[in-house]
Ligand binder design. Structure first.
Ligand code: NCD
Length: 304
Protein backbone atom coordinates (compact mmCIF):
# COMPACT_ATOMS: atom_id res chain seq x y z
CA UNK A 1 0.00 0.00 0.00
CA UNK A 2 1.17 3.55 -0.65
CA UNK A 3 2.03 6.43 1.67
CA UNK A 4 -1.64 7.46 1.77
CA UNK A 5 -4.52 5.03 2.08
CA UNK A 6 -7.81 6.84 1.48
CA UNK A 7 -8.43 10.49 0.65
CA UNK A 8 -11.83 11.29 2.12
CA UNK A 9 -11.56 14.66 3.86
CA UNK A 10 -8.96 17.40 3.72
CA UNK A 11 -9.14 17.35 7.51
CA UNK A 12 -7.51 13.92 7.52
CA UNK A 13 -4.34 15.50 6.09
CA UNK A 14 -1.59 17.23 8.05
CA UNK A 15 0.54 20.03 6.62
CA UNK A 16 3.23 17.39 6.00
CA UNK A 17 0.80 15.30 3.95
CA UNK A 18 -0.25 18.35 1.93
CA UNK A 19 3.35 19.40 1.27
CA UNK A 20 4.20 15.85 0.25
CA UNK A 21 1.31 15.78 -2.27
CA UNK A 22 2.17 19.21 -3.70
CA UNK A 23 5.88 18.32 -4.00
CA UNK A 24 5.01 15.05 -5.69
CA UNK A 25 2.67 16.94 -8.06
CA UNK A 26 5.61 19.17 -9.04
CA UNK A 27 7.67 16.05 -9.84
CA UNK A 28 4.74 14.72 -11.86
CA UNK A 29 5.20 17.53 -14.40
CA UNK A 30 8.35 15.69 -15.46
CA UNK A 31 6.92 12.18 -15.06
CA UNK A 32 4.12 13.24 -17.42
CA UNK A 33 6.54 14.79 -19.92
CA UNK A 34 8.74 11.67 -19.94
CA UNK A 35 5.65 9.42 -20.08
CA UNK A 36 6.95 7.21 -17.28
CA UNK A 37 4.44 4.41 -16.70
CA UNK A 38 4.84 4.05 -12.97
CA UNK A 39 1.33 2.69 -12.37
CA UNK A 40 1.44 0.15 -15.17
CA UNK A 41 -1.10 -2.61 -14.50
CA UNK A 42 -3.11 -0.70 -11.87
CA UNK A 43 -6.85 -0.15 -12.39
CA UNK A 44 -8.88 2.86 -11.24
CA UNK A 45 -12.69 2.67 -11.06
CA UNK A 46 -14.67 5.91 -11.39
CA UNK A 47 -18.04 5.86 -9.64
CA UNK A 48 -19.64 9.17 -10.50
CA UNK A 49 -23.21 9.52 -9.26
CA UNK A 50 -23.23 13.23 -10.18
CA UNK A 51 -22.23 15.13 -13.34
CA UNK A 52 -18.55 15.90 -13.84
CA UNK A 53 -16.24 17.08 -16.59
CA UNK A 54 -12.92 18.14 -15.07
CA UNK A 55 -12.71 15.92 -12.01
CA UNK A 56 -13.48 12.69 -13.80
CA UNK A 57 -11.55 13.38 -16.97
CA UNK A 58 -8.49 14.66 -15.12
CA UNK A 59 -8.48 11.58 -12.88
CA UNK A 60 -8.73 9.42 -16.01
CA UNK A 61 -6.05 11.42 -17.79
CA UNK A 62 -3.80 11.17 -14.70
CA UNK A 63 -4.19 7.40 -14.49
CA UNK A 64 -3.66 6.87 -18.22
CA UNK A 65 -0.55 9.08 -18.22
CA UNK A 66 0.87 6.92 -15.43
CA UNK A 67 0.29 3.78 -17.49
CA UNK A 68 -2.73 2.52 -15.53
CA UNK A 69 -6.21 1.70 -16.79
CA UNK A 70 -9.63 3.11 -15.97
CA UNK A 71 -13.15 1.79 -15.80
CA UNK A 72 -16.53 3.25 -14.89
CA UNK A 73 -20.06 3.58 -16.13
CA UNK A 74 -20.88 6.25 -18.66
CA UNK A 75 -23.94 7.37 -16.72
CA UNK A 76 -25.29 6.41 -13.30
CA UNK A 77 -28.65 5.64 -14.94
CA UNK A 78 -27.14 2.61 -16.67
CA UNK A 79 -25.68 1.20 -13.42
CA UNK A 80 -27.58 -1.02 -10.97
CA UNK A 81 -27.36 1.78 -8.38
CA UNK A 82 -29.23 4.14 -10.70
CA UNK A 83 -31.47 1.70 -12.53
CA UNK A 84 -32.24 -1.07 -10.00
CA UNK A 85 -31.91 0.48 -6.57
CA UNK A 86 -28.66 -1.21 -5.52
CA UNK A 87 -27.22 0.16 -2.28
CA UNK A 88 -23.97 2.11 -2.22
CA UNK A 89 -22.48 -0.56 0.05
CA UNK A 90 -23.18 -3.35 -2.46
CA UNK A 91 -21.93 -1.28 -5.37
CA UNK A 92 -18.67 -0.65 -3.51
CA UNK A 93 -18.32 -4.31 -2.42
CA UNK A 94 -18.61 -5.22 -6.09
CA UNK A 95 -16.38 -2.60 -7.69
CA UNK A 96 -13.54 -3.15 -5.22
CA UNK A 97 -13.19 -6.63 -6.78
CA UNK A 98 -12.54 -5.05 -10.17
CA UNK A 99 -10.14 -2.23 -9.30
CA UNK A 100 -7.15 -1.17 -7.19
CA UNK A 101 -8.63 2.22 -6.27
CA UNK A 102 -12.13 3.72 -6.33
CA UNK A 103 -12.78 7.38 -7.11
CA UNK A 104 -16.29 8.33 -6.02
CA UNK A 105 -18.54 11.38 -6.45
CA UNK A 106 -21.93 11.21 -4.80
CA UNK A 107 -24.71 13.71 -3.93
CA UNK A 108 -24.83 12.79 -0.23
CA UNK A 109 -22.64 14.28 2.48
CA UNK A 110 -20.67 11.47 4.11
CA UNK A 111 -20.94 9.17 1.08
CA UNK A 112 -17.20 8.83 0.46
CA UNK A 113 -16.61 7.95 4.11
CA UNK A 114 -19.30 5.26 3.89
CA UNK A 115 -17.76 3.93 0.68
CA UNK A 116 -14.37 3.68 2.38
CA UNK A 117 -15.91 1.64 5.18
CA UNK A 118 -17.15 -0.97 2.72
CA UNK A 119 -14.10 -1.04 0.45
CA UNK A 120 -10.96 -3.06 0.98
CA UNK A 121 -9.19 -0.97 -1.65
CA UNK A 122 -8.39 2.75 -1.24
CA UNK A 123 -11.17 5.27 -1.87
CA UNK A 124 -10.74 8.84 -3.12
CA UNK A 125 -13.48 11.41 -2.56
CA UNK A 126 -14.17 13.31 -5.79
CA UNK A 127 -17.01 15.34 -4.24
CA UNK A 128 -19.41 14.34 -1.45
CA UNK A 129 -22.62 16.37 -1.51
CA UNK A 130 -22.12 19.97 -0.42
CA UNK A 131 -19.61 18.81 2.14
CA UNK A 132 -16.14 18.29 0.66
CA UNK A 133 -14.01 18.05 -2.48
CA UNK A 134 -10.50 17.40 -1.15
CA UNK A 135 -8.69 16.72 -4.44
CA UNK A 136 -9.98 20.04 -5.80
CA UNK A 137 -8.57 21.81 -2.72
CA UNK A 138 -5.20 20.16 -3.33
CA UNK A 139 -5.09 21.26 -6.95
CA UNK A 140 -6.17 24.75 -5.85
CA UNK A 141 -3.27 24.86 -3.38
CA UNK A 142 -0.92 23.53 -6.05
CA UNK A 143 -2.08 26.25 -8.46
CA UNK A 144 -1.68 29.02 -5.87
CA UNK A 145 1.78 27.82 -4.84
CA UNK A 146 2.91 27.54 -8.44
CA UNK A 147 1.47 30.88 -9.56
CA UNK A 148 2.33 32.98 -6.51
CA UNK A 149 5.53 31.22 -5.35
CA UNK A 150 4.13 30.34 -1.93
CA UNK A 151 0.83 30.22 -0.07
CA UNK A 152 1.91 31.68 3.26
CA UNK A 153 1.53 35.44 3.47
CA UNK A 154 -1.25 35.72 0.89
CA UNK A 155 -4.66 37.31 1.21
CA UNK A 156 -7.20 34.91 -0.24
CA UNK A 157 -10.83 35.84 -0.97
CA UNK A 158 -13.33 32.98 -1.26
CA UNK A 159 -16.34 34.33 -3.12
CA UNK A 160 -19.81 33.22 -4.14
CA UNK A 161 -21.72 30.23 -2.79
CA UNK A 162 -19.87 29.45 0.44
CA UNK A 163 -22.83 27.51 1.84
CA UNK A 164 -23.35 24.79 -0.77
CA UNK A 165 -19.97 24.98 -2.55
CA UNK A 166 -17.95 21.96 -1.48
CA UNK A 167 -14.72 23.19 -3.06
CA UNK A 168 -14.58 26.22 -0.76
CA UNK A 169 -15.28 24.05 2.29
CA UNK A 170 -12.27 21.84 1.57
CA UNK A 171 -10.08 24.76 0.51
CA UNK A 172 -10.91 26.81 3.61
CA UNK A 173 -10.07 23.86 5.87
CA UNK A 174 -6.82 23.26 4.00
CA UNK A 175 -5.88 26.91 4.50
CA UNK A 176 -5.96 26.44 8.28
CA UNK A 177 -2.54 24.82 7.74
CA UNK A 178 -1.14 28.08 6.30
CA UNK A 179 -0.45 31.59 7.48
CA UNK A 180 -2.94 33.48 5.29
CA UNK A 181 -5.51 36.24 5.54
CA UNK A 182 -8.98 35.22 4.44
CA UNK A 183 -11.99 37.15 3.21
CA UNK A 184 -15.24 35.22 2.93
CA UNK A 185 -17.59 36.98 0.51
CA UNK A 186 -21.09 35.62 -0.03
CA UNK A 187 -24.70 36.78 -0.10
CA UNK A 188 -26.08 36.52 3.49
CA UNK A 189 -28.12 33.43 2.54
CA UNK A 190 -25.02 31.64 1.24
CA UNK A 191 -22.59 32.40 4.06
CA UNK A 192 -19.84 30.00 5.11
CA UNK A 193 -20.82 27.53 7.86
CA UNK A 194 -20.04 28.91 11.34
CA UNK A 195 -18.10 25.71 12.18
CA UNK A 196 -15.62 26.37 9.34
CA UNK A 197 -15.26 30.05 10.31
CA UNK A 198 -14.54 28.87 13.86
CA UNK A 199 -11.87 26.46 12.54
CA UNK A 200 -10.20 29.28 10.61
CA UNK A 201 -10.15 31.48 13.69
CA UNK A 202 -8.95 28.66 15.92
CA UNK A 203 -6.02 28.26 13.53
CA UNK A 204 -5.18 31.90 14.23
CA UNK A 205 -6.05 33.26 10.77
CA UNK A 206 -7.42 36.73 10.25
CA UNK A 207 -10.90 36.22 8.78
CA UNK A 208 -13.17 38.89 7.35
CA UNK A 209 -16.78 38.17 6.39
CA UNK A 210 -18.44 40.44 3.81
CA UNK A 211 -21.63 40.35 1.77
CA UNK A 212 -20.40 42.07 -1.37
CA UNK A 213 -17.79 41.32 -3.98
CA UNK A 214 -16.37 44.83 -4.12
CA UNK A 215 -15.26 44.68 -0.52
CA UNK A 216 -13.53 41.34 -1.08
CA UNK A 217 -11.53 41.83 -4.24
CA UNK A 218 -9.55 45.02 -3.57
CA UNK A 219 -6.93 43.63 -1.20
CA UNK A 220 -6.89 40.01 -2.33
CA UNK A 221 -3.91 38.28 -3.94
CA UNK A 222 -6.13 35.35 -4.90
CA UNK A 223 -9.78 35.75 -5.83
CA UNK A 224 -11.47 32.35 -5.76
CA UNK A 225 -14.86 32.64 -7.48
CA UNK A 226 -17.53 29.95 -7.32
CA UNK A 227 -20.82 29.09 -9.00
CA UNK A 228 -24.08 29.38 -7.07
CA UNK A 229 -24.96 25.69 -6.66
CA UNK A 230 -28.47 25.71 -8.08
CA UNK A 231 -28.95 21.94 -7.75
CA UNK A 232 -28.40 21.99 -3.98
CA UNK A 233 -31.11 24.50 -3.07
CA UNK A 234 -34.07 22.81 -1.36
CA UNK A 235 -36.39 25.48 -2.82
CA UNK A 236 -35.77 26.95 -6.28
CA UNK A 237 -37.23 30.29 -5.12
CA UNK A 238 -34.27 30.65 -2.77
CA UNK A 239 -31.98 30.21 -5.77
CA UNK A 240 -33.92 32.77 -7.79
CA UNK A 241 -33.45 35.28 -4.95
CA UNK A 242 -29.64 35.08 -5.14
CA UNK A 243 -28.84 34.15 -8.73
CA UNK A 244 -26.91 36.75 -10.66
CA UNK A 245 -25.52 38.33 -7.50
CA UNK A 246 -21.74 38.09 -7.18
CA UNK A 247 -20.73 38.56 -10.78
CA UNK A 248 -17.17 39.65 -11.43
CA UNK A 249 -17.37 42.13 -14.29
CA UNK A 250 -14.61 43.13 -16.66
CA UNK A 251 -14.84 46.69 -15.30
CA UNK A 252 -14.12 45.37 -11.77
CA UNK A 253 -10.60 44.38 -12.79
CA UNK A 254 -9.39 47.93 -12.25
CA UNK A 255 -10.09 47.46 -8.52
CA UNK A 256 -7.71 44.47 -8.31
CA UNK A 257 -4.12 44.43 -7.12
CA UNK A 258 -1.82 44.36 -10.12
CA UNK A 259 -0.70 40.75 -9.58
CA UNK A 260 -3.96 39.37 -8.24
CA UNK A 261 -5.01 36.05 -9.76
CA UNK A 262 -8.54 34.83 -10.32
CA UNK A 263 -9.28 31.14 -9.78
CA UNK A 264 -12.52 29.19 -10.22
CA UNK A 265 -13.09 25.42 -9.87
CA UNK A 266 -15.43 25.63 -12.90
CA UNK A 267 -18.00 25.16 -14.34
CA UNK A 268 -18.98 28.84 -14.38
CA UNK A 269 -22.45 30.14 -15.12
CA UNK A 270 -22.51 33.93 -15.15
CA UNK A 271 -20.18 34.84 -12.28
CA UNK A 272 -17.11 35.49 -14.44
CA UNK A 273 -17.36 37.80 -17.42
CA UNK A 274 -15.77 35.92 -20.38
CA UNK A 275 -13.91 39.13 -21.30
CA UNK A 276 -11.77 38.48 -18.21
CA UNK A 277 -10.44 35.24 -19.76
CA UNK A 278 -7.75 36.87 -21.86
CA UNK A 279 -6.40 39.11 -19.08
CA UNK A 280 -3.30 38.17 -17.03
CA UNK A 281 -5.50 37.84 -13.92
CA UNK A 282 -7.42 34.85 -15.33
CA UNK A 283 -5.80 31.61 -14.19
CA UNK A 284 -8.74 29.22 -14.12
CA UNK A 285 -7.75 27.23 -17.19
CA UNK A 286 -4.19 26.82 -15.88
CA UNK A 287 -5.86 25.63 -12.68
CA UNK A 288 -7.67 22.98 -14.77
CA UNK A 289 -4.29 21.77 -16.01
CA UNK A 290 -2.98 21.54 -12.45
CA UNK A 291 -5.72 18.98 -11.83
CA UNK A 292 -3.87 16.35 -13.84
CA UNK A 293 -0.49 16.48 -12.07
CA UNK A 294 -2.13 16.83 -8.66
CA UNK A 295 -4.25 13.74 -9.27
CA UNK A 296 -1.24 11.88 -10.68
CA UNK A 297 0.52 12.62 -7.38
CA UNK A 298 -2.46 11.43 -5.32
CA UNK A 299 -2.82 8.19 -7.31
CA UNK A 300 0.92 7.54 -7.07
CA UNK A 301 1.05 8.15 -3.30
CA UNK A 302 -1.91 5.82 -2.82
CA UNK A 303 -0.95 3.05 -5.24
CA UNK A 304 2.84 2.91 -5.42
C1 NCD B 1 -17.05 21.69 -8.64
C2 NCD B 1 -17.83 20.61 -7.94
O1 NCD B 1 -18.22 19.62 -8.56
O2 NCD B 1 -18.01 20.77 -6.74
N1 NCD B 1 -16.56 21.32 -9.88
C3 NCD B 1 -15.34 20.71 -9.96
O3 NCD B 1 -15.16 19.61 -9.50
N2 NCD B 1 -14.34 21.39 -10.53
C4 NCD B 1 -17.66 23.02 -8.61
C5 NCD B 1 -19.06 23.21 -9.09
O4 NCD B 1 -19.74 22.28 -9.52
O5 NCD B 1 -19.50 24.37 -9.06
Amino acid sequence: MGVLHNLISIQDLTREHIDMILDRATEMEEVAALRRKILDGKIMACLFFEPSTRTRLSFESAMLRLGGSVLGFADVGVSSAGGKGETLADTIRTVERYADVIVIRHPLDGSARVAAEFANCPVINAGSGAEEHPTQALLDLYSIRKMKGSIDGLHIALCGDLKYGRTVHSLAMALTEYNVEITLAAPEQLAMKPSIIAELKRAGLSVRVVNDLDGAIRQADVIYMTRIQRERFPDIREYDAVKGRFRLKYEDLELLKENAIILHPLPRVDELDPRIDTTPHAKYFDQVEAGVVTRMAILDLILS
